[in-house]
Design a protein around this ligand. Structure first.
Ligand code: TYC
Length: 106
């Protein structure tokens, strides 16, 4: 908030914010990679559980990965992306599936 007193003290000048000198934080895509063994239903569950996708969105992303070899699940700051990769890989190994999840800087 700018008070009348502050404006008067500045001789009525309107002070604009300085140009920010900090870069926005780098963002990272989290991708799933296709393989021949992980069941389609399992990939859909992963996309719902860890990326908050609806059943319909998850099915579309899974089919894109199945067709194209890889696909983006979401974009996050570095630490969030790294946690998603760890969670997906741990969950997949626990269920004995080879599903691979990687992150890439945008
Ligand atoms: N290709 C797998 C199959 O036919 C399905 C699959 C989709 C696996 C996406 C991994 O990231 C993946 N069962």
């Amino acid at each position: 908030m700018v008070t009348r007193k502050q404006i008067e003290r500045d001789g009525g000048a309107v002070l604009l914010p300085e140009k920010s000198r900090v870069k926005p934080p780098p963002m990272f895509k989290v991708l799933l990679l296709n393989d021949d063994f992980t069941p389609m239903d399992f990939v859909v569950v992963v996309l719902e559980k860890f990326f908050g996708l609806s059943r319909e969105q998850a099915t579309m992303v899974m089919l894109n990965v199945h067709r194209d070899g890889k696909g983006v699940c979401g974009t996050y700051p570095r630490d969030v992306a790294a946690t998603k990769v760890e969670q997906v890989e741990a969950f997949s190994r626990r269920h004995q599936h080879p599903l691979a999840c990687v992150m890439e800087e945008n």
